[in-house]
Design a protein around this ligand. Structure first.
Ligand code: ADP
Ligand code: MG
Length: 775
């Protein structure tokens, strides 16, 4: 122990010398000058004092003021300089992997170091961390997994939870866990950081913890709403009152006053605007009917017009465009690339910024190219977690994709919805970072109708994984634990989740984890995917199952660009043949693997409308799953992913059914085609890119599906046809006690859908099976 202490002591002294040498070097001095200019730096002393005197501190400050890069660094530096030497271990969580990676790299370079020295990062599948690492940036998920094996976070001195204003489910969950931990570890420090001023909620959650606010500075941003933007294009919107039937709602009318020569250029813009403007008024409900962000409508053309206008006529400065999601970004990017100015690489650097991009793509975003206009198309990730320094122009579509959860129908929904007032300000603020900027909001001046804050994720998503996590961390009763959250989810949502994990056999009747449940909680995938991995290993058909589970955990590898939808769907149907989207994925992946061996993976993806990025991610995940399964002992230690395993599609269907149950619907054939029914929703539809959507007949009575989403109707994504026998044997859990419950449920289906005679046959089969199991 004494030797260890001596070594540690020497290392800290070395770190201290290193830190000092860097600060004295020319480059280090330049960096310090930059750091000192950040608003957070001016609060350094008061931040450090408050942290040393309080177990919990909440720090708020505008995006870009230096919270993420500076505050963990202040703690690190002061610990390194303190007399007892760098006896610290700081963990700073980020809601997204991309920010954990980019921020750690930035902090390392601010310290004149390479990543993996005193600063490191860890995200799923990737990480960089060394013996000297004292400050670790990681995703919230990584810290939660660490708590699973190390419930007291031994050795950790500071936990910093960043971006708490986003109110992600993981962060909300982590805060409850940490609150309990703080009582057990009085010397542990917790720092919460938020980009907005709603810190009171957090302060009172932690018994009145002190709140520090970093006063920010931003330049003025000139704002334009849709009304002014249309006016700029030469068309004017004037308010008028529609017939009295519509009450006092203010409607807008367009009058055409465009100068002739610009007319053709903007014709399509205005045509779209007209279509939109008839609906525009001041209530979000009616705004909803104006699908202002539908690419067929106003959005894309208007953006193209504004961007080319900025490139031609405006002062230098990067442009940041806020879009709803990845699919929008990629179709807009395609459109812009075909534009004479915007698609010209000698004039414009067109980049995309979203959560699932590769790390090599990320660094380009921060570069400041000369003589070229940088345009970044981003999701709301660029709202607070990533700061692009040279932005002067912001285009804001006003919407963001948000998952919501309809507890009553037990259905998740994914829809673009209007952003909150806070987000409007955040997005606008991005334009005034370095000099006065301009912001174009592509919706009418109706911000008052927007919600104040976004609903926290815990109130709008299914809670199954969370509930399983609560049980595996031994946190007691699920509902009791959730009732202590910052904002507790609806009772019904909690009950649905508990019901679900009981149905899949992860919890027993008394809400205790079953053996299956314990296995599931060690696998970092949704419970249903975990079940597939486990049964796949048992039935020895793991190889295709690894691909399927990995494919379901990444962004859909089958791309459907909006303008080439038919071609893309036809491309996918080449892989069909088994009435299964999951097996189509396996074929596509195998094909990619072959092509990749000949270094033609990219061409293969291009030809087949597949995402090369997703394919690579699947490859990496397969390896991770294998090593996790080895850890749990379900797979032999010598196994590699190249071992040949059964590709018997009956087995694969059985595994899919075991995992996806109770995601099941019955296939009802009529003369020319078929329709689908689930017990809860009645008629449901298939997404058009499902291979099953192209079939006229499905020679199986059931489809199991991965996900159902309510858009207007209820849609199923990724389905596989299964037989009666497979459903009977593998639907639900395999253990004795659960079979009863599951058969009861199956009985419900039978009464609901089946002919009485068929149902009776089933009943007798069930009785036989029951007896068989008893033997
Ligand atoms: P906050 O967390 O308060 O939003 P950050 O600590 O992320 O702010 O960023 C502080 C400042 O550091 C930014 O305004 C930006 O100027 C600079 N910065 C952050 N990341 C990078 C980077 N990767 N490259 C260059 N500058 C960066
Ligand atoms: Mg930050």
């Amino acid at each position: 122990k004494a030797v260890m202490e001596k070594i540690l002591r020497r290392r800290s002294l070395q770190l201290r010398d290193q830190q000092q040498a860097w600060k004295n070097s020319h480059e280090g001095e330049k960096m310090m000058e930059f750091r000192r200019s950040l608003p957070a730096y001016k609060e350094k002393d008061s931040i450090l004092t408050t942290i040393s005197h309080n177990q919990v501190v909440i720090i708020s400050g505008e995006t870009g003021c230096g919270k993420t890069t500076q505050i963990p660094q202040f703690i690190l530096e002061s610990e390194i300089e303190s007399i007892h030497g760098a006896d610290c271990s700081i963990i700073c969580t980020q809601p997204r992997r991309i920010s954990a990676m980019s921020v750690s790299e930035r902090v390392a370079s601010e310290r004149g170091e390479k990543l993996g020295e005193s600063v490191g990062y860890k995200v799923r599948l990737e990480g960089m961390k060394g013996r000297d690492t004292r400050l670790l940036f990681c995703t919230t998920g990584i810290l939660l997994r660490r708590l699973l094996v190390d419930r007291n976070l031994k050795g950790v001195t500071h936990v910093i939870v960043d971006e708490i204003h986003e109110r992600g489910m993981n962060e909300d969950f982590l805060l409850v866990v940490l609150k309990d931990l703080l009582a057990r570890r009085p010397e542990l420090r917790l720092i919460l950081m938020s980009a907005t001023l709603d810190a009171e909620l957090f302060s009172s959650f932690f018994g009145g913890a002190p709140v520090l606010n970093i006063p920010g500075f931003t330049y003025t941003v000139q704002t334009h709403f849709l009304e002014e933007i249309l006016e700029m294009t030469g068309y004017i919107m004037t308010p008028y009152n529609q017939s009295d039937d519509y009450g006092q709602e203010k409607m807008w009318k367009m009058s055409k006053q465009a100068p002739r020569k610009r007319k053709s250029q903007i014709a399509s813009v205005v045509e779209d605007a007209l279509r939109a403007a008839d609906f525009v008024n001041f209530s979000p409900q009616t705004l909803e009917s104006l699908s202002c962000w539908n690419p067929d409508c106003i959005g894309f053309n208007l953006i193209e017009y504004l961007l080319s206008n900025i490139c031609e006529n405006e002062r230098p400065g990067a442009v940041l465009v806020f879009m709803t999601g990845w699919d929008d970004i990629s179709s807009l990017k395609d459109k812009l690339q075909a534009h004479p100015i915007l698609g010209d690489p000698s004039r414009v650097l067109l980049l995309a910024c979203h959560g699932s991009m590769a790390s090599s793509e990320q660094s380009l975003i921060f570069e400041e190219p000369e003589g070229v206009r940088k345009i970044v198309l981003a999701t709301n990730i660029a709202e607070t977690s990533i700061t692009i320094n040279d932005v002067v122009f912001v285009l804001d579509c006003g919407k963001a994709k948000e998952t919501s959860y309809d507890a009553l129908n037990n259905t998740p929904c994914l829809l673009p919805s209007w952003i909150s007032k806070v987000s409007v300000l955040q997005r606008r603020g991005r334009a005034g970072r370095v000099r006065p900027g301009e912001c174009y909001h592509l919706y009418p001046r109706c911000v008052d109708a927007f919600a104040e804050y976004q609903l926290p994720e815990i109130l709008r998503t299914p809670l199954q994984s969370l509930c399983l996590q609560i049980k595996s961390l031994n946190l007691g009763s699920i509902s009791e634990f959730l009732s202590r959250a910052l904002q507790s989810p609806e009772l019904l949502a909690v009950q649905n989740a508990i019901e679900y994990i009981k149905t899949i056999g992860a919890l027993d009747e008394n809400e205790n984890l079953t053996i299956l449940g314990r296995y599931l909680s060690t696998l970092p995938v949704e419970p249903k995917l975990g079940k597939m991995l486990i049964l796949g290993a048992i039935l020895n058909c793991l190889d295709p199952i690894l691909t399927i589970v990995a494919g379901l955990s990444v962004r859909d590898p089958f791309l459907t660009p909006l303008d080439k939808k038919d071609l893309a769907e036809a491309a996918k149907s080449q892989f069909s043949g088994d009435y299964s989207d999951h097996l189509a994925l396996v074929r596509a992946y195998e094909g990619w693997k072959d092509a990749e061996r000949d270094l033609a993976g990219y061409d293969y993806c291009w030809k087949n409308f597949l995402s090369a990025q997703s394919m690579k991610a699947i490859d990496a995940l397969r390896k991770e799953f294998i090593s996790l399964l080895k850890d749990t002992g379900l797979v032999d230690g010598n196994t590699t992913t190249c071992n040949v395993w059964s590709y018997d599609h009956y087995l694969i269907r059985a595994v899919l059914c075991y995992g996806l149950y109770p995601g099941i619907c019955s296939v009802v054939h009529n003369e020319r085609s078929f329709s689908l029914k689930t017990m809860e929703d009645g008629q449901v539809l298939l997404y058009s890119n499902s291979v099953n959507a192209r079939e006229s007949k499905i020679p199986y009575p059931w489809l199991v599906f991965n996900e159902k989403i309510k858009v207007n109707s209820v849609f199923l994504r990724d389905s596989t046809a299964v037989s009666d026998a497979v459903l009977l044997l593998f639907g639900g859990s395999l253990s004795r006690g659960d079979v009863d419950g599951h058969l009861k449920m199956l009985g419900g289906y039978l009464e609901f859908f089946m002919e009485p005679a068929v149902a009776e046959m089933y009943q007798s089969l069930r009785r036989e099976l029951d007896e068989l199991i008893q033997i």
